[in-house]
Design a protein around this ligand. Structure first.
Ligand code: ADP
Length: 246
């Protein structure tokens, strides 16, 4: 599946899975899915499923990584061998190392790290099933898992992908929340994250060929979708809090 280039990714204004360009896939958020962790969340974007767990703040080893003034947020992003159609080679490669780094940088911006000098906050982002946009789904899950762990934050992180798909005439159109075929065959893909209340962009990575005008159009679409995801996150956290206080 997805090995042959499709004739179009968008036709008559509809994408391969029937979505309109501005639609995200069905999203589900499940809080506290790993009770032994200090905080956890599962985020599902269509067929992409990611679980994030948080441990800490806790003592940091190895000691040379200690930061005297603040906590260090460490992230390990990993894809399970069974998460993709062909078995994924186990263990972190270059891709996983890069993703772990950019996710840690995004989360460090929102966690109030000064509250926990010298400590470690460890975040594990595990892709259980991959159908593109796993790093952005993982970032939503990580932010929710941090909140679930009771770690003070300046804002939540809302993250999604957007990109450029071609229609039956070869014309490009901006779309949000790319699935696998759009990611594989599209003309450009962008991983994006914002802290909506702070108005800060926390992640921006782009592959492919997108003009400035197209980028701006895609970003406007993504910002609109981000607000919907933000509301879903807040609802999920509130429900978790109410359940916990019973
Ligand atoms: P993201 O998952 O954040 O979009 P990429 O653009 O690197 O990151 O990957 C896009 C998609 O390609 C993944 O979500 C997954 O569906 C697929 N993919 C990535 N790495 C592998 C791999 N090693 N084997 C099979 N499929 C992969």
């Amino acid at each position: 599946m997805g090995d042959e280039k499709p004739k179009f990714l968008i036709k008559g204004g509809k994408r391969l899975d029937g979505r309109k360009p501005e639609d995200v896939r069905p999203i589900q958020i499940k809080m506290g899915v790993v009770p032994n962790a200090d905080g956890s969340a599962e985020v599902i974007f269509g067929k992409t499923r990611v679980i994030a767990t948080v441990y800490g703040p806790r003592e940091l080893h190895p000691r040379h990584q200690v930061i005297n003034e603040r906590a260090r947020v460490r992230v390990r992003y990993d894809m399970m061998t069974f998460s993709v159609e062909d078995r994924k080679r186990p263990g972190p490669g270059r891709r996983e190392t890069e993703i772990s780094k950019v996710l840690a940088e995004a989360l460090t911006r929102v966690v109030i790290t000064e509250k926990y000098p010298t400590r470690a906050i460890d975040v594990f982002v595990t892709v259980v099933q991959a159908d593109a946009s796993t790093r952005v789904a993982g970032l939503n899950a990580a932010s929710l898992a941090l909140a679930d762990a009771g770690i003070p934050m300046r804002d939540l992180v809302v993250s999604l992908s957007f990109g450029k798909s071609y229609d039956e005439k070869g014309q490009g159109h901006m779309v949000v929340d790319l699935e696998k075929e759009e990611d594989n065959w599209g003309m450009g893909d962008i991983a994006y994250a914002v802290a909506p209340a702070l108005g800060e962009v926390l992640l921006l990575q782009m592959d492919g060929d997108v003009t400035l005008e197209e980028f701006k159009k895609g970003k406007t679409m993504a910002d609109k979708a981000a607000l919907e995801i933000y509301e879903m996150q807040k609802r999920a956290l509130k429900a978790r809090y109410e359940e916990g206080s019973k």
